[in-house]
Design a protein around this ligand. Structure first.
Ligand code: GLC
Length: 534
């Protein structure tokens, strides 16, 4: 495994509860993931990022951690985690785990102690406990999941939670909090993990005094703007201390920030040479499918990250946003997560998603894929309210209330639910649509036209050909983008509404859809990307 593997790595996000279920309880687990590692090796990814599997009451699908060193019995044991890491390494895959440092669960021992000890106790200082203003909360901050960011406890004090009430925010000014997380990092590094995805990396430090905003607002993770509790300068000192720990371990252990900062330059601050390695490029995720916007955002992303010597990351889907099979078809001004998501034409949506994925995989830097996108899974938009579990769903105006639609368990095989997700009989924690038989791994495996085959081919070609860091734009007809990567590789994308005729620039390597025309003049249909050897 070469040095700086992460600079161009393709990293696949596994959402454990929805990947594969070994014990038949309808919820995915670590043994299930372990059994499917060869699938990920064959897909051709470099690393796997696992969303949280730690002890948790699951108020926010595991992003509410009660014990950072214990695996939730729902998912298995620490031995299962160790076995998973060992198996992955034997297959040449790295493993990144999620770290949730902004908040714990309200069932975390520290929070339970703080509640028991009462007002004035030093144990309350590890969280943000305050007296209210009469019957009103201590300040006017809203929770990202809706309602106020404060909950009152029986003794009258209030505690801060930027997310659900079951997710109290840590006070990162307290040295015990910083010490605790340094030992948690070491625990998982000692177990062999290759890195961490840092949840809400921009949220840990709050402005001193927790000042009022002074105006009514809703906070969206994707659009935090300037605020007293996001992207404060103080977070960077925390990441410098974490980088020193990561660097003590052999094999280039990394950290990737989930940092929704207001500008790309502010995001780049998280990946300065002595801080974290990567940050998610949510600005790109939120860019409409339109050539000028895409090109401008790609250039801006590369420029911002190269200023600090970091690779750019690219991603189109994750467990918090509407799948890009659906999202790229919608006008999402002011709603980039797509939480108002509606049904789209599935054929057109998949065509566009495939074109977008091939463009993404042609870009220099590191690519993050979300489980199921290699199957072309659509967003599930018709889940009945009674099965939805996103904590924001039932809280008025909370953002992300529709995140269950991208979290439906994967179809692996067979013609009826649970499609090989787990042993027959156990209903999945979220119901799979009846139409998913045709999208299963088994149905797509070996089919030259399937989305799975396209991803496998793309990842193999990327590994072989797309090694350079350079990107050069070529003149392109209206509606199109044409880019070269290093010598010998070209990517052409038709984002327009009409087909475009062009002379093939070289040997066709891979196409996201059917190509028309003749060998001398091909016709590139709308929403189609082609890779060429030139
Ligand atoms: C991050 C996670 C999201 C979670 C939130 C609170 O944004 O990606 O799923 O709800 O943090 O932990």
């Amino acid at each position: 495994m070469s040095d700086s593997w992460w600079r161009s790595a393709v990293i696949y996000q596994v959402y454990p509860r929805s990947f594969a279920d070994a014990n038949g309880d309808g919820v995915g687990d670590l043994p299930g993931i372990r059994s499917r590692l060869p699938y990920l090796r064959d897909l051709g990814v470099d690393a796997v990022w696992l969303s949280p599997f730690y002890l948790s009451p699951q108020a926010d699908a595991g992003y509410d951690v009660a014990d950072y060193r214990v695996v939730d019995p729902l998912f298995g044991t620490v031995d299962d985690a160790r076995g998973l890491v060992t198996d992955a390494h034997e297959l040449g895959l790295r493993v990144i785990v999620d770290l949730v440092p902004n908040h714990s669960s309200d069932q975390h021992e520290w929070f339970k102690q703080a509640l028991r000890e009462g007002p004035g106790s030093p144990l309350r200082e590890r969280y943000h406990f305050r007296d209210g203003r009469g019957d009103l909360p201590p300040n006017d901050w809203p929770s990202i999941f809706g309602g106020p960011a404060w909950t009152r406890v029986p003794d009258g004090q209030w505690y801060l939670h930027l997310f659900a009430p079951e997710q109290p925010d840590f006070n990162w000014d307290h040295p015990a909090v910083a010490d605790e997380f340094r030992t948690i990092l070491r625990f998982w590094l000692d177990l062999g993990v290759d890195g961490f995805r840092i949840d809400v990396a921009h949220g840990l430090v709050k402005e001193a005094g927790l000042p009022d905003l002074g105006h009514q607002t809703e906070w969206h993770l994707l659009d935090v703007g300037e605020s007293p509790c996001f992207d404060r300068d103080g977070v960077h000192e925390i990441y410098r201390s974490w980088r020193r720990i990561l660097d003590e371990y052999p094999g280039e252990r990394i950290a990737v920030a989930e940092a929704w900062a207001p500008t790309l330059d502010r995001v780049a601050d998280y990946v300065r040479p002595d801080e974290l390695h990567q940050a998610f490029n949510f600005s790109y995720l939120a860019t409409p499918w339109e050539p000028a916007a895409q090109r401008a955002m790609i250039d801006a992303s590369l420029a911002a990250m190269s200023r600090v010597g970091a690779p750019t990351t690219w991603t189109l889907s994750n467990h918090d946003v509407v799948r890009h099979t659906n999202r790229l078809m919608q006008d999402l001004s002011g709603d980039v997560a797509g939480r108002r998501s509606t049904e789209v034409d599935p054929v057109a949506g998949l065509r566009r998603a495939r074109a977008a994925s091939l463009l993404l995989l042609a870009l220099p830097g590191s690519a993050y894929l979300y489980q199921g996108e290699e199957l072309g899974l659509p967003e599930v938009v018709d889940l009945p309210p009674e099965v939805r579990q996103d904590p924001a769903f039932h809280r008025a105006t909370g953002q992300d209330g529709y995140r269950d639609g991208c979290r439906v368990p994967l179809p692996w095989s067979g013609s009826t639910a649970p499609y090989g997700f787990g042993p027959d009989g156990a209903p999945c924690w979220l119901p799979q649509p009846d139409s998913w038989a045709a999208l299963s791994v088994e149905a797509q495996d070996g089919d030259p036209g399937s989305t799975l085959t396209m991803y496998r081919d793309a990842l193999a070609l990327r590994r072989k050909l797309l090694t350079g860091d350079t990107l050069t734009w070529r003149d392109a007809p209206a509606g199109m983008l044409i880019l070269d990567r290093g010598p010998g590789f070209r990517c052409t994308v038709n984002m327009g509404a009409a087909p475009v005729r062009l002379t093939p620039p070289g040997e066709l390597l891979l196409a996201s859809g059917e190509i028309g025309g003749t060998p001398d003049e091909i016709e590139l249909p709308p929403d189609t990307t082609v890779w060429w050897q030139i």
